[in-house]
Ligand binder design. Structure first.
Ligand SMILES: [Mg+2]
Length: 229
């Protein structure tokens, strides 16, 4: 679900002393979501249109409705599923535009900061292992994480409320003393329904779209806002 556009920023401050564990999303949080948006909304439709000799507009329409059917599920992030569904080599196409994979502003500073204040950081992502491999091969951030959890390994997508109890089987965290940062409201809602104590929304996941603060969560434009608490 797209966050409702708002000019009003919600910010409820917390103290780092209240936090033991930091869970971080990848796409749209640490990495610029422009890569993913461009890939699925432009590059895949363009390739699909060429391959099937149809108009770009027709391809876009068809693909968007195909995407919608598996929204918030593991299939959505499964490259093999899409390769088969669209008869395209999706991992190869991702590699073709991998020069667009980029960090969000201050992501490294924030990861360095967490290391400095000795808060273990865990990457918790819906990204498919193949996408993750490509991205972490391109952007050197793996070293900042105590551990990495892919939704595929956990067994369901982060949007599903049961994701969090499944994650807890793999990573014993105290939900009241955990901070989780993500750019997707639906994911934050599922984390809230599980009772995760501290939730942060990223208001500008893509460098190419204007900021949109959440109406429901503490919403930040840049990580600096968390580094001065
Ligand atoms: Mg995200």
């Amino acid at each position: 679900m797209q966050p409702v556009k708002s000019n009003q920023q919600i910010f409820s401050a917390f103290s780092w002393q209240e936090i033991d564990t930091v869970l971080l999303d990848l796409d749209g949080t640490l990495l610029d979501k422009y890569f993913d948006d461009f890939f699925w909304e432009e590059f895949v439709p363009e390739t699909f249109a060429k391959k099937n000799h149809i108009e770009m507009g027709t391809a876009k329409k068809k693909l968007l409705s195909t995407y919608k059917k598996v929204e918030n599920t593991l299939e959505w992030t499964d490259l093999d599923y899409w390769s088969e569904e669209l008869s395209l080599n999706i991992p190869m196409l991702k590699r073709e535009i991998s020069h667009l994979i980029a960090l969000r502003p201050q992501a490294i500073e924030f990861l360095e900061y967490l290391r400095e204040i000795k808060k273990p950081a865990y990457l918790v992502t819906n990204a498919h292992p193949k996408t993750l491999k490509l991205k972490l091969g391109k952007i050197d951030i793996e070293k900042y994480f105590t551990e990495i959890f892919c939704a595929k390994e956990v067994g369901t997508a982060k949007e599903q409320p049961e994701f969090w109890s499944m994650l807890k089987e793999l990573l014993p965290f105290n939900r009241n003393r955990t901070l989780f940062v993500d750019d997707t409201e639906k994911v934050l809602q599922s984390a809230r329904s599980y009772g995760l104590g501290h939730l942060i929304h990223i208001a500008q996941p893509s460098s190419r779209t204007p900021p949109a603060f959440s109406n429901n969560f503490t919403s930040i434009l840049n990580f600096q806002e968390l580094m001065t608490l």
